[in-house]
Write a protein that binds this ligand. Structure first.
Ligand SMILES: [Mg+2]
Length: 308
């Protein structure tokens, strides 16, 4: 029998017991994502707790891809009543998912459909918003924009992602631990989670749908590459939308970006949020730390305990 890849087994096993602690100290708003269990007994005695238990996968059962379509069952129990409302803003590419190269192919195809120009390269994409990537790619090929190219590109790109969903499922993946982290946060009534991404909204939704991650997130209040081309500007946009949705105010202390690039770190610092960086893209732990991220994980598989 073919062995599942390491990531498909490790994440659910590591996160079978997820403990989220809410300290009672009013001044403590820091989010820390600690790599190991168990938690010290005294820390638990002082904390409000959420315990999450994943129902184990059947022996030789689902692949990571199957899990993308049908999340494993989860039970949750809340202990304690403290409630400081927090907003979590997820980056998408190389934080929650990878497209396995489909993303750049879709970009090139959509670019050609809109501009009539076949291209074999595009501008640097890492951490950048789609408007910037698109306009710099136009410049790269000395193409003049009649004014509506990006608007058309957004629609064509999303349609292409949807048309190639099965292929993206085959070649790409939800990153190890991503689903479990989303599930854990989704169980908390005092946490709202959505996305902050350079992707246009329609493409962001198409990608997350492909990997079965949409129902953990409130995507209507997210901030997207179609809202602004400057990433830090997306933070107050998401905060304002979340406030309209929930009635709570979200500040730098109660807003968290989780992302994989120096641009995510910059967006948090300049836009008004905490940053939890994950080195699952091209940017190393050291580079993320050097950019100013205090919390850096090598993978979302490290999320087994969440003191907020
Ligand atoms: Mg990213």
């Amino acid at each position: 029998m073919q062995q599942p890849d390491r990531g498909s087994l490790r994440a659910p096993l590591d996160l079978r017991d997820v403990v989220l602690t809410h300290t009672r100290k009013p001044s403590h708003h820091g989010l820390s994502l600690l790599p190991t269990l168990p938690v010290k007994p005294q820390a638990l005695a002082d904390a409000d707790l959420i315990r999450l238990r994943h129902v184990p996968l059947p022996e030789g059962g689902k692949t990571a891809r199957d899990q993308g379509r049908q999340p494993e069952p989860l039970t949750a129990a809340r202990e304690g009543s403290r409630s400081v409302h927090k907003l979590i803003l997820w980056d998408i590419d190389h934080t929650l998912i990878e497209t396995g190269g489909v993303g750049s192919e879709v970009f090139k195809d959509a670019f050609e459909q809109v501009t009539g120009r076949k291209i074999d390269r595009l501008a640097d994409v890492t951490g950048r918003t789609e408007q910037v990537i698109f306009r710099e790619t136009l410049d790269l090929y000395d193409i003049e924009d009649p004014g509506d190219y990006f608007e058309k590109f957004v629609q064509v790109q999303a349609a292409s992602y949807r048309a190639r969903a099965d292929e993206m499922c085959q070649r790409g993946r939800a990153l190890p631990g991503a689903r479990e982290a989303l599930q854990a946060f989704a169980e908390l009534p005092d946490i709202t989670q959505t996305v902050l991404t350079g992707n246009p909204k329609p493409s962001a939704i198409a990608k997350l749908e492909t990997f079965g991650l949409v129902h953990y997130l409130d995507l209507e209040i997210g901030a997207y590459g179609t809202d602004d081309s400057i990433r830090p500007n997306l933070v107050p946009i998401a905060q304002a939308r979340a406030t309209t949705r929930t009635g709570h105010t979200y500040t730098r202390e109660t807003t968290y970006i989780i992302g994989d690039t120096k641009s995510d770190v910059e967006a948090a610092h300049k836009g008004g949020a905490q940053i939890v960086a994950v080195a699952t893209g091209d940017t190393t732990v050291k580079q993320l730390r050097d950019a100013g991220a205090l919390q850096v994980l090598s993978s979302l598989r490290e999320v087994t305990e969440l003191p907020l």
